[in-house]
Ligand binder design. Structure first.
Ligand SMILES: Cc1ncc(C[n+]2csc(CCOP(=O)(O)OP(=O)(O)O)c2C)c(N)n1
Ligand code: SF4
Ligand SMILES: [Mg+2]
Length: 325
């Protein structure tokens, strides 16, 4: 039987034009492009110091079709909350106020303002594009850099020995209505999550995994492949946490070994076979923890778990939730 082509659901509208200043293969540029397709023209961004401060272009030029405020490194959430309150004061409804920050601006210097916004449940969408280091200033380690990675402040022999900070769980602990992860190599999932978040009242947090070819020491043509591998190895699980209930959106039918992901990138080139095995074990432990959280939080909320009987197995059993494969 002839194969029926899958209908793509990515909106055709573009709110980012050519001529931006990102490097070739920049995952953060693609992430912004997809996020804007979900958000539309009624959107305002606040962007702290990060690669996106540069990508957008020098004043008076901009690559975006929506307003963007360049603000201080630590102030993404605080400035978004101010904008949101100001819009409410003047009676302007239906504007998406988005804080768009890197992992350094989120997990490190901006975490206090983000925590304050989430505790107040201010009406903002906070999107962190996570390239796992301070890329704009020359690839320094952030608290979102994973265990084992080279950066200029964790040079090969002294690679990062602490795990990546778990910002998703930190945001869930604030009991906000919506927390999710996405990946720039899965645009439909990313667009669905941003679309859902923009219609929720309160603080929404989405962390988008976005490759950085120079910072990950890999060729630009691997930018999408590396992020696909991050999801299919379960290094970057695709999650939604709604009012504390965890859902894993993608359970690969067959898990790719983490070595496949690591070998694409020079930042992991120094790892020995034992260290790669150690990373594989860490990934499996975290996946098991997430499966447990998904099951137990669904049970506590009295919600059925989609495809429970068909839960994915390490041997490559059938996937469970939406988006298997
Ligand atoms: C208070 C302050 N400290 C340091 C800097 C320098 N600085 C600008 S961008 C940046 C790195 C940002 O990293 P991240 O948030 O991960 O975004 P990326 O560069 O990776 O896009 C740093 C350290 C600054 N602008 N302000
Ligand atoms: S350094 Fe990395 S994150 Fe920054 S513009 Fe280049 S590819 Fe994008
Ligand atoms: Mg970064």
């Amino acid at each position: 039987m002839a194969e029926v082509p899958k209908k793509l659901t990515i909106p055709a509208e573009e709110y980012i034009c050519s001529g931006h200043l990102a490097c070739q293969g920049c995952g953060a540029a693609l992430a912004m492009r997809y996020a804007l397709k979900a958000l539309g023209p009624n959107t305002v961004y606040t962007v702290p110091a990060c690669c996106w401060s540069v990508i957008d272009g020098p004043f008076p030029y901009t690559t975006l079709g929506v307003p963007l405020f360049h603000i201080a490194f630590e102030a993404a959430a605080a400035s978004a909350c101010g904008l949101s309150a100001g819009l409410e004061m003047v009676g302007k409804k239906g504007v998406n106020v988005v804080a768009w920050a890197g992992d350094g601006g989120t997990a490190d210097i901006g975490i206090q303002a983000l925590s304050g916004a989430a505790e107040r449940n201010d009406n903002i969408l906070y999107i962190c594009y996570d390239n796992e280091a301070y890329m704009n200033t020359g690839v320094q380690r952030s608290s979102s850099t994973p265990w084992g990675a080279w950066t200029t402040t964790t040079p090969a022999r002294h690679f990062k020995k602490r795990p990546k900070k778990n910002l998703v769980d930190i945001m869930v602990a604030h009991q906000i209505p919506y927390v999710a992860t996405a990946a720039m190599a899965f645009p439909e999932d990313l667009i669905r999550k941003v679309s859902k978040a923009k219609d929720i009242e309160g603080t929404k947090y989405i962390q988008i995994f976005a490759s950085c070819p120079p910072g990950w020491r890999m060729a630009p043509e691997y930018a999408v492949k590396a992020v696909r591998l991050a999801v299919n190895t379960r290094i970057w699980p695709q999650l939604e946490v709604e009012h504390g209930v965890y859902t894993i959106n993608r359970k690969p039918r067959k898990y790719t070994p983490v070595a496949e992901y690591l070998k694409l990138q020079g930042r992991f080139a120094h790892l020995t076979e034992e260290q790669i095995e150690q990373m594989q074990e860490m990934v499996e432990r975290e996946w098991d923890r997430l499966l447990f959280l998904e099951k137990s939080t669904h049970e506590m909320a009295g919600l059925p778990l989609a495809g429970e009987k068909a839960a994915a197995s390490k041997e490559g059993g059938a996937g469970a939730a939406a988006g298997q494969g």
